[in-house]
Design a protein around this ligand. Structure first.
Ligand code: ADP
Length: 638
């Protein structure tokens, strides 16, 4: 029977290893690799199934075996000799020892293919782990206990697998031995699943009646299910089309990882081909610039190639000297992807801290890294019922759909067409932690229709008329620290020196522009974003802007800093200990906050993130307001 591992073929493999290790390694190296995930809980028999796959394929990689030995201390024999029950115990023990919180990757191989199986924990609180494991997978095995049928978690796992773009789904109806291999049980589950699958857009899947424990329909057809004529699990895993084969048929795209220029005679662009094929002589276009040229060479460590396909890492040389750098995308000249800076996307939130609309995060897509801000979600998805719920933000493991905008155009394709150019992660700018994974749906049409209008009277002209250099003096500190008092003095002193200034005060702005905002973290972020934009317009008008806002978060202060021209943003930390600010309590607010009458008060029940490296730090305990103002003016106008 083709495609089935019999004991004979395993024996032949062993013989080949013994006889000619080089030939064996060569065969092994050129096998295709299938990545898949298994979804289901321990009770569904996941460990048993994985144990069965490893056991029946008889080719557990050495490091895998070593890890198992170290963990269980009981699986002490050679790969070929492992006792099945002990192997499963070892896997289960590994799980219990806390691996449940992570994705465990296991390797095995058969005559035809190499496999990486990502074993992801099943509970809802591990949604992020499942998404991580699934993001590179070609296939998902959705495990069902034949006695229980479709469960909430079956729906959740199927939804996530489909969302993440896995197009090969195996519905493994397990524990068939416990229902007497009854075809009616299997057919009912398949019918139920078909109805559900269609409702979420899964158009095809491969159902299989199996027993991980007894080994039915794992390596070959089982005598216990004569009514089943489909493939056995390993047979299917060995023959199903892998993503790289599908990707090879798509238009050519390669994100540039680095520019390879060892000397003046050689200039190549290195990267991993995301989709398509490329040959010398092909007309290409570099995006987002749109510059075109022709591929002159495809260089690899093993010499030049006549052709390269999706999944290969290569260095491309062009016939012309055109600009191309890290983050650019090289594509077919007559069929390039788009570039845009506003999108709709699905976002899977993976951090303990909730998503803050308007906060800026790093967005990494392919080799491009830009700054992105997310709007309030349009809705959140209940992953158990697929219902759409209203949401203001996204918490850990939440999945939602939102619009987002980036500070630069990014070259992209919808995730459904291209995982590399449509899949992204969001990174917190302060902690550098990955906080979300996302999938771009499409660019917003307004992104194409709203263009920056070039005006004739430039910001330099505005500043020149006023005979000054624009700047933003960004005061930050606790309530009652002295921001307004000192900012007011600074503005008076500058006005006396004939400087054109404008003071933006927190309380005043909240009466007008920002009167729709409160004091939740999300509103504070939006408050500062708007003030930043206003301050930026004022510097364009040539003004020296002074702002007096608590601005408690580093992230937003840094965001405003990035919005300004280099050197124009001057962070002034009005550094007053909480005890002193509270003792002053000019507006009686601390008293209200302490009594619980006022919620979300900075320093009491809302955090203040002290500036790490402000341009100016004012100690109001050691200095009077007058002295502080003089010091600030002296720093601005030496
Ligand atoms: P903020 O704008 O930071 O909320 P305010 O300027 O409204 O703070 O209030 C600060 C209070 O502290 C004022 O009443 C001010 O007179 C008093 N104060 C005492 N010492 C100082 C100092 N060295 N610098 C600034 N303000 C001071």
């Amino acid at each position: 029977m083709s495609g089935i591992i019999t004991n004979d073929s395993v024996y032949q493999t062993d013989a080949l290893i013994a006889e000619d290790i080089d030939a064996y390694l060569d065969v092994h190296q050129h096998k295709t690799m299938l990545r898949f995930i298994t979804c289901g809980s321990v009770d569904d028999g996941k460990s048993t199934l994985i144990g069965r796959l490893l056991y029946d394929s008889k080719m557990i990689f050495e490091d895998q075996l070593a890890a198992l030995e170290a963990d269980s201390k009981r699986v002490g024999t050679q790969g070929q000799e492992i006792d099945f029950a002990l192997l499963v115990d070892g896997l289960a023990a590994e799980r219990e020892q806390g691996i449940t919180i992570d994705v465990a990757y296991r390797f095995f191989a058969t005559e035809k293919r190499k496999f990486i199986v990502a074993d992801t924990p099943g509970h809802e609180q591990y949604t992020r782990n499942m998404v991580t494991g699934a993001s590179t997978a070609d296939l998902a095995v959705i495990l069902i206990d034949a006695r229980k049928g479709i469960l909430t978690q079956t729906r959740r796992h199927s939804y996530l697998a489909h969302l993440i773009g896995i197009r090969n789904i195996v519905l493994a109806v397990n524990k068939m031995d416990l229902v007497d291999y009854d075809q009616a049980v299997f057919d009912k589950i398949v019918a139920d699943y078909t109805e559900f699958a269609n409702s979420i857009g899964i158009t095809a899947f491969t159902p299989m009646p199996i027993s991980g424990f007894k080994g039915d329909n794992i390596t070959g057809p089982s005598e216990n299910t004569p009514w089943y004529t489909g493939p056995a699990l390993i047979e299917h895993l060995e023959t199903v089309e892998v993503n790289s084969a599908v990707d090879a048929d798509k238009p050519f795209r390669m994100p540039v990882q680095w520019v390879n220029r060892p000397n003046l005679d050689f200039r190549g662009f290195s990267g991993l081909i995301a989709t398509g094929t490329v040959k010398p002589g092909d007309a290409i276009r570099v995006l987002p610039s749109g510059k075109t040229s022709t591929v002159s060479r495809i260089v690899t460590m093993d010499g030049d190639l006549d052709q390269a396909v999706a999944g290969q890492s290569v260095t491309l040389c062009f016939a012309d000297e055109i600009d191309c750098s890290r983050g650019d995308v090289i594509a077919l000249a007559d069929n390039p992807p788009q570039a845009a800076d506003q999108f709709e996307a699905t976002i899977v939130w993976m951090a303990d801290e909730e998503m803050l609309p308007s906060r800026s995060y790093w967005l990494k897509i392919g080799t491009q890294m830009v700054t992105a801000t997310i709007q309030q979600p349009k809705y959140q998805v209940n992953v158990n019922t697929m219902e759409h719920l209203a949401a203001k933000t996204l918490d850990l493991n939440a999945i939602g759909v939102a619009n987002l905008s980036t500070d630069k155009q990014i070259v992209f394709e919808p995730y459904a067409q291209n995982r590399t150019l449509g899949g992204f992660i969001l990174i917190d700018k302060i902690s550098n932690a990955t906080v979300a994974a996302g999938m771009l749906h499409f660019s917003l049409r307004r992104a194409q229709n709203v263009h920056w209008q070039a005006t004739d009277v430039s910001r330099e002209f505005h500043a020149g008329l006023k005979n000054q250099k624009p700047a933003v003096l960004w005061f930050t500190g606790l309530s009652g620290a002295g921001k307004s008092t000192i900012a007011n003095l600074v503005e008076k002193k500058l006005a006396r020196m004939n400087r054109h200034t404008f003071l933006l005060d927190g309380d005043n702005v909240r009466h007008g522009l920002n009167k729709d905002l409160g004091f939740t973290d999300a509103d504070r972020v939006e408050n500062i974003r708007r003030v930043g934009e206003v301050a930026k317009l004022m510097t364009d008008a040539g003004l020296i802007v002074i702002t007096a806002f608590i601005s408690p978060f580093r992230s937003e202060r840094d965001m405003v800093r990035q919005m300004m021209q280099p050197g124009e943003f001057i962070e002034v930390h009005i550094d007053t200990p909480l005890a002193d600010a509270e003792a002053r309590d000019v507006k009686g607010l601390y008293k209200k906050a302490r009594s619980g009458e006022l919620k979300n008060f900075t320093g009491i029940d809302s955090p203040y993130e002290t500036p790490l490296d402000p341009e100016i730090r004012v100690d109001t305990v050691a200095m009077t307001a007058e002295e502080a103002a003089d010091a600030i003016v002296a720093r601005l106008i030496p």
